[in-house]
Design a binder for this molecule. Sequence first.
Ligand code: TNX
Length: 637
Amino acid sequence: MKKLLALACLCCSAISLNAQTTRKIAIIPEPVTITETAGTFVLPKTVVIAGSGTGVSNVTSYFKKKLTTAARVNVTENASAAAYTIKFALNKSPEGVIGDEGYHLTVSPKNILITANKPAGLFYGVQTLLQLFPKEIESNTVVDRKWTVPCVKVTDYPRFGWRGLMFDVSRHFFTKQDVKQYIDQMVRYKFNLLHLHLTDDEGWRIEIKSLPKLTEVGAWRVKRVGYFNTLSPPTPGEPKTEGGFYTQDDIRELVKYAQDNYVNILPEIDVPGHSLAAVVAYPELSCTPGVENYHVRNGDEIADWSKPGGPVALVDNTLCPANEKVYEFLDKVIGEIAPLFPFPYIHMGGDECMKNFWAQSDAVKQLMQRENLKDYEQVQSYFEKRVEKIVESKGKRFMGWDEILEGGLAPNAAVMSWRGMSGGIAAAKAKHDVIMSPTTFAYLDYMNGDVAIEPKVYATLRLSKAYSFEPVPDSIDASYIKGGQANLWTEQVYNMRHAEYMTWPRGFAIAETMWSPKAKKNWNDFFGRVETQFDRYKVADIKYAPSVYDPIFTTSLSKDNEVSIYMSTEVNGLDIYYSWDNSFPDNHYDKYTQPLMIPKDAAQLRVITYRGNQPIGRMITIQVSDLNQRAGKKATK
Ligand code: TNX
């Protein structure tokens, strides 16, 4: 029996080792049902690509473009011109189960057929079909090879209607072209919502014609690189060269581009906190004297986060809730934004509003007396309720971060839960719509792995943790959970390549959580498919984080002040090799099998993972002083 088990284990590890090369069907997100059938479709020299019905030509041209970019093939619409066809059809009588975004895909030796109720469904069928093609389909130039597609039958539809990614274009500005590229990448995994975080302390990114200073002044700051929150403030007269904004024409172009890719754009205007860029442009919006000397934040310190009761603002970055001009301002802003975005919601932020400057304001004191507001949470709630009215007066629905629950939720507000799931649970219990995007599972700005190797930022969120995201807690009525999203904050994201690195592969995990049936989620299976995507990303030249191959380090401290180091990996089948002698370990070095003790006088631990005889992780070095600190070891003389 033992022998049998050992053999079985061997086979399993062999399978997982070869997973990358042997899987010909590896779709992300996993379809509802996919069955392999006999045979293979081989792309001929000439193929018919045909589709009819309203909106279908958008999908056929998308597919044609992808196909002909990578494959040498003649495409015709004339059904008699070739024996092989790839056909897109809308169902005449829409079927219930697949809804507006689902599809049926059948690949047989001479025909490929995608049917759906709506063009969006056909589009998602195309995404699945493209993933069934060899990885070279991702190439941006023609590749000569045999193009085969395994025969399959797929029925597929999403678990949630809101499958989002948030892109913070305020902390660092990303161009219109960057945003289009982000859309191109997200739709491959059937995301359908792009939340643009358009304003913050670090920049106002959307033209408001009636308030020109928002972008003339609020979109620009001095340039710094380094670690956010430690960067130096502007020197006198230093040119403000960093920034940018979207004109209203740019926004229309982006909205159209998104629509052509079946993506809605949710605009966010973050108020009353995180509003420094607006305050710098229009100082009269603040209730603090002296703001005229403020500057748009360039990563310099504006708050003290060390206080146990929450952050304390060092400069007032809030709009004044007791100032009528603020509501007139918001009326203008929302009035111009509402017609630009067809999506029914406008997100009005509401997070992390530091209230210590409100506490010094006579105007706020009077407001509290007049409106019988007991604390500053209620003051924010008063503000949010007024903003909700403005949003609704423009024909839109109001949404905010979970802080808008504090002091009482505005009557129709939808809540985006980010500080864990609890805000979302409270909102759902109060019968409000909820989008789950908790830091615990869905924060793409967090490090992919250990701080010893990753660009340092607030915390770590590993791929396996992101994959364990379940947006519907047991305790609530699931119908209030409209879906979820992952958020890419960009304090420490300076360019598009790094935006990609932070988004993928964790974006795969969130995509699968939002689309695939809960019962089909399976980490080992998912990871095999992730590796197939990695291969495709190499062809597509999209950057991804390989951090999942690096070890996880933990430490402990014994009673006699000895540090133990434990290492593990997120994925099966990797070996960890290490050195204490400063040289670079490879697979001839000691293999990690049990907790390590630090040898006397050692200066650093170096570690690398292997799969079989191939290095697969990155070389990681941690100083002994750092290990001691992690374990909480007191310095001894
Ligand atoms: C909190 S999430 C914020 C953002 C930061 C983020 C960093 C949220 C609503 N507010 O302003 O960028 O943490 O992880």
